[in-house]
Design a protein around this ligand. Sequence first.
Ligand code: XCC
Length: 660
Amino acid sequence: DESKLKKKAKKALNPKEVTVDVATQQMLEKAQHDGVETIFDRAVTMKACNIGAQGTCCKVCSQGPCRLPLPKGGIEGDDTRKGLCGATPETIAARNFARMVAVGSAAHGDHGRGVVETFIAMANRETEDYSVHDTEKLMEVAQYLNVPTTIMVEGEDGVKRPEMRETYELARDVGQKALAQWTSQEGEILSALQAPPARLEVWRDLDVVPRGIDREIVELLHRTHMGVDQDYRNLVKQCSRAALADGWGGSMLATDLQDIMFGTPYPMQGEINLGVLKEDHVNILVHGHEPLLSEMIVVASQEPEMLEYAKQKGAKGILLAGMCCTANEILVRHGLPTAGNYLQQELAIVTGAVEAMVVDVQCIMENIANVAECYHTKIITTNPRAMIESGNTTHIEFDEHSALEDARKIVRQAVENFPNRRPGVMIPNAKEPMVAGFSKEAIKYHLGGAFRGSYTPLNDNIINGRIRGIAGVVGCNNARTMHDSGHLTVIKELLKQDVIVLSTGCSAMACGKAGLLAPESAKVYCGPGLAEVCETVGIPPVLHMGACVDNSRILMAATEVVKAGGLGKDISELPAAGSAPEWMSEKAIAIGHYFVASGVYTVFGNGLPVTGSPKFQKFLFEELENLYGGKWDLELDPYAHARKMIEHINKKRAALGLDK
Ligand code: XCC
């Protein structure tokens, strides 16, 4: 009836209200025209659960779920809320938080394990498809894993001298030693020992240095079982172990071994947004997180026979582009185009121009299978861990031993799908040029002054105030908040105040689409000091450092800044802050927590499921600072969010005696 229709019309989505990105707006209009439902529609019609959002719904046993929302009007007197077993809001919120840290760390850790397994297969020459690309990085990793890089060889004169070990022999030992960081049960994981000595001391005092990557995650999960850890402070202690095992372990080793196999990123020109797709080409999107497969698809899609095959099918060529963090991986190493960030995955299919979306793990929305049914797109799953139960998806399992052959199979299927395009293809006319690929090595090179090998010039610029401080702004998109808007507002506010921004993941992509990854943007958005530095060096004011696992690069860049001197002895002393304005995934919570445990003030936007327990929230937002020097915060308003970060940076500058 009419009132229902009116209600529905009122609830209908207005594309301009949900995203600042023009290409996304255009494709949402097309989706509406084509009658295709997306996450944006469901975000309008489906409300989030208020109790879950507060973090106080306990469903760890079957006597519940016990729901402990904050009473209307807040808590007066003692907080007497309890679950059936007596669990307090603190225990419940801390357990829920802990489970997010565990899952997020597991996601990065399992990604890292896959990388190590492939690395070992490569080192054993069981696969010719991968090789050592960066021997310098191999040496560096060997050193921190205590693998000898030389052997003593007796010369003709009978004198023994050290000689470099054969590359693959060294890689074999590095691979095994890396794998041992997952399985180790006691002691300290070796990659974490790269942290500044003062930080390590903090961790040792608090007894949170990770003993083994897998162990910390399993123990954290155990502690959240019904009737185990019922002290939120003790739960957070184990959160720190697991999160540090992610940032300084699983993620860091994944990044480093990927660099050895595929090359350490250096700044590359690229392009971003849905406009990178080409109507007359076979368009293949690689979506997910692991570069192991996408690296092979890069090779397969450029082979002459494959290009010839595409021509036979009526296409001018093959366009390979990325989505989500896979995009970041192929961008920072090959300069390949990026189609978009997390909330654009369905919309890429809505163009009608994508022959295949090839997915591996993490951040892949189940609904892409439904959207694909309305067009001709093939969804190809590739990882045994991540399948989609839907008639129209194909699974082509990817095995590192037959990597290139598997990749060829996938590309061939995409090419064969080109003639099946349906009428109504529309690619938005929107793409931006960008520069990406700022590894810690690249930062050293570009900001390293005349000698191109030091962080000292960067520190000097921080000390003299041209650069006020450093911000790491990272993380996802979230359909509950305006797409890309939080990232861009926070970042532009920081730039205005001369804060240089390091970025990864979907945040970096939001910046790319808005032109902030182009060096010319410095004079438009930055305060005079930062603008001058960027223009002198020729860098953009936002440095795109890669995928979510590459947040470990931010930790190492911070460590380099500490080492270069003049800004204190620990990461917690730096004029620096972290932020995830539009976070949504559990990985973001793991990342947030390892930043906090590394001494960084970290602000999240969008809500945090801790607000239902004021005591637990206070612990995270205030008391942690006394332990770690870093703490959590939550700020929904992006302007206030940036302001809080700048205030923190100013506080740290004052403590260092700068700006006198
Ligand atoms: Fe996923 Fe990594 Fe988040 Fe983007 S940012 S939505 S986790 S793709 Ni890492």
